[in-house]
Design a protein around this ligand. Sequence first.
Ligand code: CTP
Length: 369
Amino acid sequence: MTRAAQEFITPLTLQALSGGTVQTELFSAEQEAQAMGHIALARWADILLIAPATAHVIAKLSHGLADDLLSTLYLVAECPVYIAPAMNQAMWHKTITQENIQRLQENGVKIIGPEAGEQACGDVGLGRMSEPESICAQIFSKADPCLAGKHILITAGPTREAIDPVRYISNRSSGKMGYALANAALLAGAKQVTLISGPVNLSAALGIQVHAVESAAQMYTKVMEFVAQCDIFIAAAAVADYTPQMTEASKIKKLHAETLLTLQKTQDILAAVANLPNRPFTVGFAAETDDLERYALEKLHKKKLDLIAANWVGQAQGGFDRDENALHVYWQTGSQSFAMMPKTELAQHLIKLIAEKFNDATAPQKYPT
Ligand code: CTP
């Protein structure tokens, strides 16, 4: 929110209504401490939408001024930028405003609206901000709606397997890939995106239905609750393969020089989904330190998957707890590799490929005439 926006509505109101965090300051000690400074914020976004954009903001952006959070974000952002102008009709028609708009368009900014009608000041004419529904429709119709109408179920993050009330076994998964896939599925027009998430430090985009779980067993139960309604299942979670055979009710005391923890296998959620009679299109992940192709193909066949996305882990090879990754994707009749890139971008490529293979698999068979 700019300072002018805060004259109309308080950050607290927007925060309460959106359930999201409202950012107002260019240099906020709190945000910087969370590594979410203005640069990180601009890099994090898939789309930057400025709505409403006043004549003043438009003038500032068109001249490259960066004296507050919003104008700085615009200068840093490399994602698509949309502007929904809102101002008095006379201000909109002023040559200087039109020149500023043209300049922004020449710099790749897409302008949505304004629309004609009665204005807050009583004037009638062009300058009303487009309705929010119309703004969203215009933005999302520009994305490739390859998952239009589909329900996508995704698992993300690590699981925690309790040893006693204070200790657990887990792994280094950050959940970034699963969350990026959920966002990409939403952008690709999915009707519903359900995310079953282990404990992570991420927030999902508005419109994604998130169910938080902790253990592999809880993740299994939640997936089974939603799987019948979904068209595509993507297992991006790093589910623990083993869990303690017993969870102690009280904190274990250090009474002995050594102790032994007996682990038992967790239920393989991905394999269970792939074995359902009316299974969805099923996508798995594989993280390998060696022999990536052989292990990935083995998992594809053994778990009867439609597609598997494999990546190298360990050393400097990407994978867990990083913002970038590279993937090698395999299916029954082919494969495709994606070079190292931000997970947000990678997720969009992967969703596109999944949609393509899903559509091939569900397309009615063509018989020779
Ligand atoms: N997976 C799952 N449920 C489990 C274990 C894994 O759904 N209990 C899913 C993961 O979400 C991922 C894929 O299975 O999509 C990973 O396959 P897996 O065989 O578990 O890989 P690794 O754990 O790396 O197995 P291994 O140690 O045998 O290589």
